[in-house]
Design a protein around this ligand. Structure first.
Ligand SMILES: [Mn+2]
Length: 321
């Protein structure tokens, strides 16, 4: 099997993709990879099936990200995506099935769908793997690349506060700051600032939150979303905030989308692994942060998810909780 570096060096027209409903790690890795490939003289097309959320557009190079890539490619690179369906319509299987695929990810639930799979569940972010790839390719880390990659690390560690924060993440961050990334500016843009409309929406959702048997959960019906101009993406901080409830071992946020599908976000304390619940429901993630989407009524998804979480907490033992 070729190494990831050999795959990149052997290709010329490269399509780089990240998952739908993108987060800061996916967008940061995608934009950084664009800079890295162009530094090598490669033709790079960057795509994500969903538009880049407003709060990630400060990362240099995100304006080049398209939703439906066109053209011929001799390599596809998938970033931060645990399975092929999560790439959404940006991955046209009819056209790309014969093109080699390099799968770079850090989700423990990754299905190893690539021609070559570079999956490191112990890495706090995909952006750290992209940094190592840039090193392996001899590409200099510019302030632009550093800003994109540090954004992914800050996002996936929520500002170095989550259990996946380790020495490797801190050392990568140190290098990226030295290379010109502004860490306080990145943290403010990704984790601190939100529009007033989103702040009000948090209030509405939190007013309806429930706490029962160590599980805190809240729901966002599509009707509530419709009354607000808040973006769906701004909700990632809300489930993190819910996870801060000290009586809870698991936090769950249900979001009913306009198409009727329900997105479920799960967070847990160390020692409780919610990635298996997400995988069983067709999603994926990490031990302490996972999610899935179901095309079922909100009330059904709530009942099914809460039953699975209760079973998980029973199985993982109440002794430490
Ligand atoms: Mn990630």
């Amino acid at each position: 099997m070729p190494t990831p570096e050999q795959m990149v060096l052997g290709a010329n027209r490269i399509l780089v993709l990240c998952h739908t409903s993108p987060d800061g790690d996916g967008i940061g890795a995608l934009a950084a990879m664009g800079h890295i490939l162009r530094a090598l003289g490669k033709q790079a097309t960057l795509a994500c099936a969903d538009p880049v959320p407003r709060e990630y557009r400060f990362m240099p190079g995100t304006d080049a990200i398209v939703q439906r890539p066109e053209g011929e490619f001799d390599l596809v690179i998938s970033l931060d995506s645990s399975d092929l369906p999560r790439l959404g319509e940006a991955y046209d299987a009819a056209k790309l099935a014969h093109v080699p695929l390099l799968n770079i990810d850090h989700h423990i639930t990754n299905l190893n769908f690539g021609t070559v799979n570079w999956v490191e569940p112990n890495s706090a972010s995909t952006c750290q793997l992209v940094l190592r790839l840039a090193d392996g390719l001899g590409v200099e880390i510019t302030p632009e690349i550093a800003t994109c990659l540090l954004s992914g690390i800050v996002m996936d560690t929520r500002g170095f506060t989550t259990p996946n924060t380790d020495l490797a993440a801190l050392r990568a961050a140190e290098r990226l700051v030295a290379a010109g990334a502004n860490i306080s500016d990145i943290a403010r843009k990704l984790l601190v600032q939100r529009p007033f409309s989103m702040t009000k929406l948090w209030g509405d959702v939190l007013a309806q939150a429930h706490l029962e048997d160590g599980v805190v959960w809240a729901s966002l019906p599509a009707s509530l979303m419709a009354q607000s101009d808040a973006s769906a993406n701004g909700l990632s901080g809300l489930v993190a905030f819910l996870a801060g409830v000290e009586e809870a071992r698991v936090a769950v946020l249900f979001r009913e989308r306009n198409d009727g599908r329900v997105e479920v976000s799960l967070r847990s304390v160390p020692g409780v692994d919610v990635s298996g619940v997400a995988l069983a429901m067709g999603g994926g993630g990490h031990p302490q942060a996972a999610g899935f989407t179901l095309a079922e009524p909100l009330a059904d998804v709530e009942a099914k998810t809460l039953a699975a979480v209760r079973a998980l907490l029973k199985g993982s033992g109440q002794a430490d909780g």
